[in-house]
Design a protein around this ligand. Structure first.
Ligand SMILES: [Cu+2]
Length: 397
């Protein structure tokens, strides 16, 4: 009897322990599921990190699906000389109407898609419509990682090369002799119709320095043939906010409104489509010496790929904290003096109404607009001003 009673007791005890174990395992599983539901981006990191041998566990990974695509880009979609400047000879000298009123070139640009199927283009929020020809905004906070699934839908060999962010040799996106081989070279040439995933990290050294504000700008561009890739249109912005200083969408919490403007000369004679656009007399990059006049005719003095006031009107409200991020392209003529009428800004902690950009610059200026109205925003280098590097911004009450 005693033996039977002990066996019965042991059996009940075992069952109790099994039930307890089951409850513990169940609770553990629920906790894991909840944590994944709260942080899907964190959950998605582990495989990629192993793949890329990264050493930053539990960072937030911000994933972007970016394709390079060929388009016919119109530098003047709304017409010519929309700012009403007196000097612009362009519209008159090309009178004749129709297509001549537009300046359209075949180009390649970066576009954002909503997922890895690359079927649905991600609509650009109205706040960023002014980005124009620039690729999708990549945004992160210090401590995050950025994962870009890059699909090359063009006929060109391209890459994605980021400025300012941290990368290993398998995600540098730049083709040169760096003594790497095999898989470490796959990022250097993404062929037509193929896809490559880049993983970049955002350490403190990618974020604002001691004298910066709460955010900084970098850029990314194709860097297989960088001198031609940028003139072809393959360039985009990266914004990095300091750790703990961003809103949920990554924007700096101490700024009300942001604008990104790329003072970009597109030398269409140095585009990878120059022969297609201009003719056989324009093999990429050679007209500088052989036919400078023809080259000048195909230099587009743009802001975000728009000339002669075609940049969408940049609107802001009086007394808002407005941050301007300024970029420039990579031609030797890309020396610019962006100038705002009617307002002043702080640039490098100094009061200014112009800032200076040399080729491939990235800088920030902060404005608190005080005077209402519609104002000119333009490059003050004479040739660029005459060439149409002008836009309008508006300060509302
Ligand atoms: Cu300029």
């Amino acid at each position: 009897m005693k033996i039977r009673s002990r066996l019965l007791h042991a059996s009940r005890s075992l069952r109790r322990r099994l039930v307890l174990c089951g409850v513990v395992i169940f609770l553990f599983a629920v906790m894991i599921c909840m944590s994944r539901a709260q942080s899907p981006q964190i959950a998605a990191t582990s495989h990629t990190e192993t793949l890329h041998q990264m050493t930053t566990p539990r960072s937030v990974v911000r994933t972007y699906y970016i394709a390079a695509e060929e388009v016919d880009w119109d530098y003047t979609p709304r017409g010519r000389n929309l700012t009403g400047l007196q000097h612009l000879e362009s519209a008159e000298s090309e009178s004749g109407g129709g297509a001549l009123k537009h300046r359209i070139y075949h180009k390649a640009i970066f576009r954002e898609y909503s997922d890895a199927t690359f079927r649905t283009i991600k609509l650009r929020p109205s706040q960023w419509e002014h980005l124009g020809i620039l690729g999708p905004l990549i945004r992160a906070e210090v401590g995050d990682s950025v994962r870009v699934v890059f699909r090359n839908n063009t006929h060109l060999t391209l890459t994605l090369h980021p400025h300012g962010l941290e990368y290993l040799k398998n995600a540098e996106g730049s083709a040169y002799s760096d003594v790497t081989i095999g898989n470490l070279k796959a990022d250097d040439h993404v062929g037509p119709g193929t896809t490559f995933t880049y993983l970049w990290t955002v350490p403190e050294s990618s974020g604002p320095g001691p004298l910066d504000g709460s955010s900084v700008i970098w850029m990314y561009h194709s860097s297989f043939l960088p001198e031609f890739d940028l003139n072809t249109g393959l360039i985009g912005p990266i914004l990095i906010t300091a750790r703990g200083k961003s809103r949920a969408d990554g924007s700096p919490a101490d700024v009300d409104r942001e604008f990104i403007t790329d003072f970009a000369i597109f030398d269409e004679t140095s585009s990878l489509f120059s022969e297609r656009n201009i003719g056989r007399e324009a093999p990429p990059g050679l007209l500088r010496a052989t036919n400078p006049a023809l080259r000048e005719h195909h230099m587009l003095y743009s802001i975000n790929g728009f000339v002669e006031g075609n940049l969408p009107l940049l609107q802001m409200k009086k007394n808002e904290r407005v941050r301007w991020y300024l970029l420039s392209n990579n031609n030797e003529e890309d020396v610019h003096d962006p100038h705002w009428h009617g307002q002043t800004l702080l640039s490098y902690h100094m009061r200014a109404d112009t800032v200076f950009l040399d080729p491939l610059s990235m800088t920030v200026a902060d404005m608190i607009p005080e005077r209402e109205g519609t104002w000119l925003f333009h490059c003050h280098v004479s040739e660029h001003y005459k060439g149409g590097m002008v836009a309008l911004f508006q300060v509302l009450p």
